[in-house]
Design a protein around this ligand. Structure first.
Ligand code: MG
Length: 287
Protein backbone atom coordinates (compact mmCIF):
# COMPACT_ATOMS: atom_id res chain seq x y z
CA UNK A 1 0.00 0.00 0.00
CA UNK A 2 0.97 3.61 -0.51
CA UNK A 3 -0.12 5.92 2.28
CA UNK A 4 -0.43 9.68 2.02
CA UNK A 5 -1.57 12.65 4.02
CA UNK A 6 -3.31 15.27 1.92
CA UNK A 7 -4.92 18.67 2.32
CA UNK A 8 -3.91 22.10 3.52
CA UNK A 9 -0.84 22.51 5.77
CA UNK A 10 -1.82 21.68 9.34
CA UNK A 11 -5.11 20.12 8.23
CA UNK A 12 -3.89 17.04 6.35
CA UNK A 13 -5.99 13.92 6.39
CA UNK A 14 -4.97 10.31 5.77
CA UNK A 15 -5.44 8.57 2.47
CA UNK A 16 -4.45 5.45 0.57
CA UNK A 17 -3.37 5.51 -3.07
CA UNK A 18 -5.52 3.33 -5.28
CA UNK A 19 -4.38 3.72 -8.86
CA UNK A 20 -4.24 7.46 -9.51
CA UNK A 21 -6.84 8.23 -6.86
CA UNK A 22 -6.61 8.74 -3.12
CA UNK A 23 -9.04 6.88 -0.90
CA UNK A 24 -10.17 9.53 1.60
CA UNK A 25 -10.24 7.73 4.94
CA UNK A 26 -12.04 10.53 6.75
CA UNK A 27 -14.94 10.12 4.33
CA UNK A 28 -14.72 6.33 4.24
CA UNK A 29 -14.54 5.94 8.03
CA UNK A 30 -15.82 9.15 9.70
CA UNK A 31 -15.55 7.60 13.17
CA UNK A 32 -11.83 6.97 12.79
CA UNK A 33 -9.11 9.37 13.95
CA UNK A 34 -8.21 11.80 11.18
CA UNK A 35 -4.46 11.13 11.19
CA UNK A 36 -2.17 8.19 10.54
CA UNK A 37 -0.87 8.44 14.09
CA UNK A 38 -4.37 8.07 15.46
CA UNK A 39 -5.25 5.20 13.15
CA UNK A 40 -2.08 3.35 14.15
CA UNK A 41 -2.51 4.05 17.86
CA UNK A 42 -6.05 2.67 17.80
CA UNK A 43 -4.83 -0.44 16.01
CA UNK A 44 -7.17 0.03 13.06
CA UNK A 45 -4.61 -1.29 10.62
CA UNK A 46 -6.20 -4.75 10.14
CA UNK A 47 -9.53 -3.13 9.31
CA UNK A 48 -7.86 -0.80 6.85
CA UNK A 49 -6.12 -3.70 5.13
CA UNK A 50 -9.38 -5.54 4.66
CA UNK A 51 -11.01 -2.37 3.26
CA UNK A 52 -8.42 -1.85 0.56
CA UNK A 53 -7.20 -5.43 0.05
CA UNK A 54 -7.08 -6.18 -3.63
CA UNK A 55 -8.83 -2.91 -4.49
CA UNK A 56 -7.23 -1.89 -7.78
CA UNK A 57 -10.12 0.45 -8.33
CA UNK A 58 -11.82 2.33 -5.55
CA UNK A 59 -15.31 1.27 -6.60
CA UNK A 60 -17.86 2.54 -4.11
CA UNK A 61 -15.21 4.25 -1.98
CA UNK A 62 -14.81 8.03 -1.55
CA UNK A 63 -11.79 9.22 -3.51
CA UNK A 64 -10.13 12.34 -4.85
CA UNK A 65 -7.74 12.42 -7.82
CA UNK A 66 -4.10 12.38 -6.69
CA UNK A 67 -3.28 15.33 -8.94
CA UNK A 68 -6.01 17.54 -7.48
CA UNK A 69 -4.70 17.90 -3.92
CA UNK A 70 -1.63 19.00 -1.99
CA UNK A 71 0.30 16.15 -0.41
CA UNK A 72 1.73 16.82 3.03
CA UNK A 73 4.47 14.88 4.75
CA UNK A 74 3.02 11.35 5.03
CA UNK A 75 3.08 11.67 8.83
CA UNK A 76 2.85 15.44 9.37
CA UNK A 77 2.85 15.25 13.18
CA UNK A 78 5.22 12.56 14.50
CA UNK A 79 6.12 12.56 18.19
CA UNK A 80 9.76 12.65 17.10
CA UNK A 81 12.16 12.58 14.19
CA UNK A 82 15.28 10.62 15.08
CA UNK A 83 18.05 11.25 12.56
CA UNK A 84 21.35 9.44 12.14
CA UNK A 85 24.68 11.12 11.36
CA UNK A 86 27.66 9.59 9.55
CA UNK A 87 25.81 6.39 8.73
CA UNK A 88 27.39 5.83 5.29
CA UNK A 89 31.11 5.07 5.14
CA UNK A 90 31.70 7.32 2.10
CA UNK A 91 29.97 10.23 3.85
CA UNK A 92 32.19 9.78 6.91
CA UNK A 93 35.25 9.63 4.66
CA UNK A 94 34.39 12.82 2.77
CA UNK A 95 34.63 14.72 6.08
CA UNK A 96 37.69 12.80 7.34
CA UNK A 97 35.76 11.20 10.19
CA UNK A 98 35.92 7.63 11.45
CA UNK A 99 32.57 5.88 11.06
CA UNK A 100 30.92 5.83 14.50
CA UNK A 101 30.92 2.47 16.29
CA UNK A 102 27.42 3.08 17.56
CA UNK A 103 24.77 5.16 15.77
CA UNK A 104 25.25 8.93 16.10
CA UNK A 105 21.73 10.20 16.79
CA UNK A 106 20.35 13.70 16.55
CA UNK A 107 16.90 15.19 16.32
CA UNK A 108 14.97 17.38 13.95
CA UNK A 109 11.95 19.30 15.21
CA UNK A 110 8.75 17.79 13.77
CA UNK A 111 7.68 21.35 12.86
CA UNK A 112 10.28 21.36 10.04
CA UNK A 113 8.31 18.76 8.05
CA UNK A 114 6.84 19.73 4.70
CA UNK A 115 5.25 17.83 1.85
CA UNK A 116 6.74 16.44 -1.35
CA UNK A 117 6.04 19.51 -3.46
CA UNK A 118 6.26 22.26 -0.86
CA UNK A 119 8.98 24.92 -1.05
CA UNK A 120 12.21 24.86 0.96
CA UNK A 121 12.48 28.41 2.32
CA UNK A 122 16.01 29.81 2.63
CA UNK A 123 16.70 32.27 5.44
CA UNK A 124 17.90 35.78 4.58
CA UNK A 125 20.92 35.76 6.91
CA UNK A 126 24.13 35.19 4.93
CA UNK A 127 25.73 32.76 7.42
CA UNK A 128 22.57 30.84 8.12
CA UNK A 129 21.99 30.72 4.39
CA UNK A 130 24.59 27.95 3.91
CA UNK A 131 21.86 25.42 3.28
CA UNK A 132 22.55 21.90 2.07
CA UNK A 133 20.43 18.87 1.17
CA UNK A 134 20.81 15.22 2.22
CA UNK A 135 18.99 12.30 0.53
CA UNK A 136 17.82 9.71 3.06
CA UNK A 137 15.78 6.56 3.50
CA UNK A 138 13.17 7.29 6.17
CA UNK A 139 11.63 4.53 8.31
CA UNK A 140 8.09 5.03 9.61
CA UNK A 141 7.17 3.26 12.86
CA UNK A 142 3.85 1.40 13.15
CA UNK A 143 3.71 0.16 16.72
CA UNK A 144 5.04 1.27 20.09
CA UNK A 145 8.37 -0.28 20.98
CA UNK A 146 10.83 -0.15 23.89
CA UNK A 147 13.92 -2.34 24.13
CA UNK A 148 13.10 -3.83 20.75
CA UNK A 149 15.37 -6.72 19.87
CA UNK A 150 17.08 -6.58 16.51
CA UNK A 151 15.25 -9.71 15.37
CA UNK A 152 11.89 -8.14 16.26
CA UNK A 153 12.62 -4.72 14.76
CA UNK A 154 10.91 -5.20 11.41
CA UNK A 155 7.60 -5.98 13.14
CA UNK A 156 7.53 -2.36 14.40
CA UNK A 157 7.84 -0.81 10.93
CA UNK A 158 4.92 0.56 8.94
CA UNK A 159 6.92 1.32 5.81
CA UNK A 160 9.42 3.63 4.16
CA UNK A 161 9.53 7.02 2.52
CA UNK A 162 12.08 9.46 1.15
CA UNK A 163 13.46 12.26 3.25
CA UNK A 164 15.54 15.36 2.59
CA UNK A 165 17.54 16.22 5.71
CA UNK A 166 17.92 19.88 4.71
CA UNK A 167 20.69 21.34 6.82
CA UNK A 168 21.62 24.91 7.69
CA UNK A 169 25.38 24.38 7.87
CA UNK A 170 26.13 27.79 9.35
CA UNK A 171 23.89 27.10 12.32
CA UNK A 172 24.76 23.39 12.50
CA UNK A 173 28.51 23.95 12.86
CA UNK A 174 28.32 27.37 14.50
CA UNK A 175 26.19 26.03 17.38
CA UNK A 176 28.42 22.96 18.02
CA UNK A 177 25.29 20.82 18.10
CA UNK A 178 22.86 20.26 15.32
CA UNK A 179 19.30 20.77 16.52
CA UNK A 180 18.73 24.32 15.32
CA UNK A 181 20.54 23.97 11.98
CA UNK A 182 18.57 20.82 11.18
CA UNK A 183 15.20 22.19 12.26
CA UNK A 184 14.51 25.45 10.42
CA UNK A 185 10.94 25.57 9.17
CA UNK A 186 10.62 23.68 5.84
CA UNK A 187 13.94 21.80 6.36
CA UNK A 188 12.21 18.42 6.47
CA UNK A 189 10.70 17.55 3.07
CA UNK A 190 9.24 14.05 3.29
CA UNK A 191 7.28 11.82 0.96
CA UNK A 192 5.71 11.55 -1.49
CA UNK A 193 4.12 8.60 0.33
CA UNK A 194 4.87 5.72 2.65
CA UNK A 195 5.36 2.44 0.83
CA UNK A 196 4.33 -0.24 3.31
CA UNK A 197 6.93 -2.82 4.25
CA UNK A 198 5.00 -5.71 2.67
CA UNK A 199 5.08 -3.88 -0.68
CA UNK A 200 8.65 -2.59 -0.49
CA UNK A 201 10.35 -5.67 0.96
CA UNK A 202 13.96 -5.47 2.10
CA UNK A 203 14.99 -1.82 2.76
CA UNK A 204 18.65 -2.56 2.02
CA UNK A 205 19.80 -2.42 -1.58
CA UNK A 206 17.74 0.63 -2.60
CA UNK A 207 19.42 3.22 -4.78
CA UNK A 208 19.27 6.73 -3.33
CA UNK A 209 20.09 9.94 -5.21
CA UNK A 210 19.83 13.68 -4.88
CA UNK A 211 19.76 16.11 -7.80
CA UNK A 212 20.03 19.90 -7.62
CA UNK A 213 18.52 21.10 -10.85
CA UNK A 214 20.27 19.09 -13.59
CA UNK A 215 23.24 18.16 -11.37
CA UNK A 216 23.35 14.79 -9.68
CA UNK A 217 24.90 15.45 -6.27
CA UNK A 218 24.55 12.12 -4.47
CA UNK A 219 24.33 8.55 -5.69
CA UNK A 220 24.29 5.90 -2.99
CA UNK A 221 22.66 2.67 -1.98
CA UNK A 222 21.04 1.71 1.31
CA UNK A 223 23.09 -1.50 1.29
CA UNK A 224 25.98 0.75 2.43
CA UNK A 225 24.33 1.83 5.69
CA UNK A 226 26.83 1.29 8.52
CA UNK A 227 24.06 0.69 11.06
CA UNK A 228 21.16 -0.94 9.25
CA UNK A 229 17.47 -0.45 9.92
CA UNK A 230 17.02 -3.22 12.53
CA UNK A 231 20.19 -2.09 14.34
CA UNK A 232 18.89 1.49 14.49
CA UNK A 233 15.52 0.46 15.91
CA UNK A 234 17.17 -1.72 18.54
CA UNK A 235 19.64 1.01 19.51
CA UNK A 236 17.16 3.92 19.63
CA UNK A 237 14.51 1.98 21.54
CA UNK A 238 16.90 1.14 24.37
CA UNK A 239 16.38 4.66 25.68
CA UNK A 240 13.47 6.13 23.73
CA UNK A 241 10.08 4.52 23.31
CA UNK A 242 9.30 4.48 19.62
CA UNK A 243 5.72 5.59 18.96
CA UNK A 244 3.41 4.99 15.99
CA UNK A 245 4.24 7.52 13.29
CA UNK A 246 7.77 8.25 14.53
CA UNK A 247 10.31 8.84 11.77
CA UNK A 248 13.88 7.58 11.59
CA UNK A 249 16.00 9.40 8.99
CA UNK A 250 18.73 6.83 8.47
CA UNK A 251 21.57 9.02 7.19
CA UNK A 252 22.95 10.22 3.88
CA UNK A 253 25.64 9.02 1.45
CA UNK A 254 28.52 11.17 0.19
CA UNK A 255 28.19 14.10 -2.17
CA UNK A 256 26.61 16.79 0.00
CA UNK A 257 27.42 20.40 -0.84
CA UNK A 258 29.37 21.43 2.25
CA UNK A 259 32.16 18.84 1.75
CA UNK A 260 32.78 19.71 -1.90
CA UNK A 261 35.66 21.85 -3.04
CA UNK A 262 34.50 24.50 -3.55
CA UNK A 263 31.52 24.20 -1.22
CA UNK A 264 28.11 24.60 -2.81
CA UNK A 265 24.82 25.46 -1.19
CA UNK A 266 21.20 25.62 -2.26
CA UNK A 267 20.19 28.68 -4.21
CA UNK A 268 16.77 30.19 -4.71
CA UNK A 269 15.11 28.88 -7.84
CA UNK A 270 16.78 25.44 -7.67
CA UNK A 271 14.71 22.30 -7.65
CA UNK A 272 15.96 19.57 -5.30
CA UNK A 273 14.96 16.05 -6.25
CA UNK A 274 15.48 13.08 -3.93
CA UNK A 275 15.02 9.72 -5.69
CA UNK A 276 14.57 6.57 -3.61
CA UNK A 277 14.17 3.28 -5.42
CA UNK A 278 10.78 1.58 -4.91
CA UNK A 279 9.41 4.75 -3.27
CA UNK A 280 9.63 7.57 -5.78
CA UNK A 281 10.70 11.19 -6.02
CA UNK A 282 10.55 13.99 -3.53
CA UNK A 283 10.74 17.30 -5.42
CA UNK A 284 11.02 20.67 -3.70
CA UNK A 285 11.64 24.14 -5.07
CA UNK A 286 14.06 26.35 -3.14
CA UNK A 287 12.66 29.85 -2.51
MG1 MG B 1 21.27 13.57 7.49
Amino acid sequence: MRLVSFGDPGAERPGVLIGSDILDLREARPAWPSSWRGILMENLWPELESMVAGAEQAVGLPTVPLGSVRLGAPVPDPSKIVAVGLNYRDHAEEQNKQPPEVPLLFSKAPSCLVGPNDPIVLPDDAVENQVDAEAELCVVIATRGKNVRREDAMSHILGYTAFNDVSGRGAQYGDKQWFRGKSFDTFGPCGPWIVTKDELGDPSGLSLESHWGETRMQSGNTSNLIHDVPALIAYISKQMTLEPGDLIATGTPSGVGVFRDPKVFLQRGMTVRICLEKVGELINLVV
